[in-house]
Design a protein around this ligand. Structure first.
Ligand code: OXD
Ligand code: MN
Length: 606
């Protein structure tokens, strides 16, 4: 539905007066040539895609090989989330906490107002209404993004339930997240991603990159939603959700938090090893979980998204067969390399690069150059339903009941393959002290260890100490809490190689968790948590020397003392909001490591 800005009021397709007024207000400020309300239809998709191809925003790929697939090359200075330019603008600085950049809301609104004034002249402003979560679910929320980027519109169409369905869900309500996205001139000096949780508002300028520009994802579903969760008594988490189906047909749901680019998408759609006949992993979500306590006292989760915005490099038939298949059609690729016959290529695809490859910037690529052909943070945007492991439960308005929560990171040492917490507080402690070596998903140095509590460091929209307190408080509401585990697929041996093969073999670890949940595995208590007894891991068919298994599961007291030392430093950085309960737990674990207290197994009531 195309309408001009001044005709907008009369012909807008919403009965929400608040939405109409806000769209008019933003249009009056940004002064676009036209305002287009997106309806989410197929016809609209076709029209937008053709326009994007004409404008050079999308390159049509070989439609015989990859029907419905397109390539986008972003500005080379705009290829990842920019955490240093991301702000939480709460009235009081303490509410943003020590781990967020803060700026004063009044000043920031004024500054952004100046930047937005006339910023869409000569351009179109698209109104993108969307629902996060299954349609009609009490766990879902409506957002509206106003953007001048057709690339954003086409991605939002994949990533969310977008269009008329969202306006229908909104009805005449004024309760929706307001997101304004303006590309400006992509000058990094004029790039700002600002969150105003008190107004349920996001304003992002100067970037077209996914995490900065698809406001539904990190900005709304995590930063703003985490604040809504705190205030309304639920959890908005950077977690995948998978269903683990046994040969008997029983499905257990697991939510798992990993920092960016640690294989979340791979785990969410894992293909079990051949020995696991009859076992199946189904995907509810690969990045975000919204979790509430259900009437049965369990934690119920929905995936607010409708698609995957996955990292391409490293995705191969071996690492993620389902992903390789799902990107064969109806996918937007961003910053991957292009083959001479209009197909895509990236490092780690396990296919040799063909001659005549164009790199992510469209330049002739030469292997000898030593440069990557695909950008390390190049992506695919794919509808959820393209995934053959997709779980229809992803559309269930009730969500799915969570039996286990996993915290994981990329750690070369210290953290064993899997560790179970002895109770909720210990699980929260594990999440709060999670660390990972940095990857290319965010701008900055790669390979440096940073604490990334619950994988939420860049995504928690409020004070991290208060966030830990919220997790601790949730225990009171959850009668039947999920078990909490920590995993590390990335531990390295003395030779510098990964000990554990990872990918589909991670199924063996999931199975042990299931055995723990159903009381079939005893585990071995250590001062830092419960690890599998070597005999409990199902290693059938896996060529792994026993010494490697032992090394993967080892808890080295000296390493853990150093770990707890570093955790204490991190807790100090959190400052006065850091819950005492977690500091005390750290002390208790240290005592146990020093042999001054007995090793705890499982506390009463977990
Ligand atoms: C993502 C991220 O894009 O975490 O999912 O960076
Ligand atoms: Mn993510």
């Amino acid at each position: 539905m195309e309408v001009t800005a001044n005709r907008n009021e009369k012909s807008s397709p919403t009965s929400s007066r608040a939405l109409r007024d806000w769209v008019n207000e933003v249009a009056a400020l940004t002064k676009p040539d036209a305002v287009v309300w997106c309806d989410g239809s197929e016809a609209e998709k076709k029209r937008f895609t053709a326009q994007a191809v004409d404008a050079g925003i999308l390159i049509e790929l070989n439609q015989k090989k990859r029907p419905g697939c397109y390539l986008h090359r972003s500005d080379p200075n705009d290829v990842a989330r920019t955490e240093q330019l991301t702000f939480v603008c709460t009235p009081n600085k303490i509410d943003a906490g020590p781990t967020n950049n803060w700026s004063d809301p009044t000043e920031t609104y004024a500054k952004l107002h100046g930047m937005l004034d006339g910023s869409m002249r000569g351009r179109t402003m698209y109104v993108v209404p969307y629902v996060m979560g299954p349609l009609g679910s009490p766990l879902s929320k409506v957002g509206v993004e106003l953007t001048d980027s057709l690339y954003v519109v086409l991605n939002m169409r994949i990533m969310t339930r977008m269009g008329q369905a969202a306006l229908d869900q909104l009805g005449d309500s004024a309760d929706f997240n307001r997101g304004i996205h303006c590309t400006l001139d992509l000058n990094p000096d004029r790039r700002l991603i600002c969150h105003f949780p008190q107004d349920n508002m996001i304003i992002s300028v100067g970037s077209g990159y996914g995490g900065n520009a698809l406001l539904s994802k990190k900005c709304f579903a995590l930063r703003i939603a985490s604040v809504l969760g705190r205030d309304e008594g639920w959890l908005a988490e950077h977690m995948l959700i998978l269903g683990l189906q046994s040969p008997e047909g029983e499905t257990t749901y697991i939510a798992a938090a990993f920092p960016s680019a640690c294989g979340k998408t791979n785990l969410a759609m894992l293909t079990p090893p051949a020995e696991f006949q009859g076992w199946k992993v189904t995907t509810v979500g690969d990045d975000i979980a919204w979790m509430r306590v259900g009437p049965d006292g369990r934690l119920w989760a929905v995936n607010p998204e409708n698609g995957y915005f996955g990292v391409a490099p490293g995705t191969s038939a071996k690492s993620n067969l389902n992903a390789m298949k799902m990107v064969e059609h109806d996918t937007i690729f961003t910053n991957v390399a292009m083959t001479p016959d209009g197909d895509v290529w990236w490092e780690g695809m396990d296919v040799p690069p063909p001659d005549g490859l164009l790199d992510w910037q469209g330049r002739r690529w030469k292997k000898e150059s030593g440069e990557k052909a695909a950008h390390p943070n190049s992506r695919f945007t794919t509808p959820m339903r393209n995934n053959s492991a997709w779980s229809p439960q992803a559309d269930d308005p009730r969500g799915v009941p969570i039996s286990a929560v996993i915290f994981g990171g990329r750690r070369a040492s210290t953290v064993p393959l899997v560790l179970e917490s002895i109770d909720w507080t210990h699980g929260v402690f594990m999440g709060a002290t999670m660390g990972s070596e940095t990857t290319a998903a965010a701008a900055g140095a790669v390979g440096v260890l940073r604490r990334d509590p619950m994988a939420m460091l860049p995504f928690c929209g409020y004070n991290m100490g208060d966030y830990f307190a919220h997790w601790l408080k949730m225990r009171g509401a959850i009668k039947n809490p999920p078990r909490i585990f920590m995993v590390n697929w990335f531990r390295k041996g003395a030779d510098g190689n990964f000990i554990w093969p990872g990918y589909g073999e991670n199924m063996r670890v999931l199975k042990w968790m299931l055995d723990r949940i159903h009381g079939r595995a005893k585990g071995r208590a250590t001062p830092v948590g419960i690890v599998p007894d070597e005999t409990e891991l199902d290693l059938n068919g896996l060529d792994l020397p026993q010494s490697a298994t032992r090394e993967a599961l080892a808890v080295n007291p000296a390493e853990w003392k150093a770990e707890l030392e570093s955790a204490a430093e991190f807790f100090e950085k959190i400052g006065p909001t850091m819950p005492k309960e977690l500091k005390d737990r750290r002390q208790a674990i240290l005592k146990s490591l020093n042999g001054e207290a007995p090793t705890q197994r499982v506390a009463a009531g977990r």
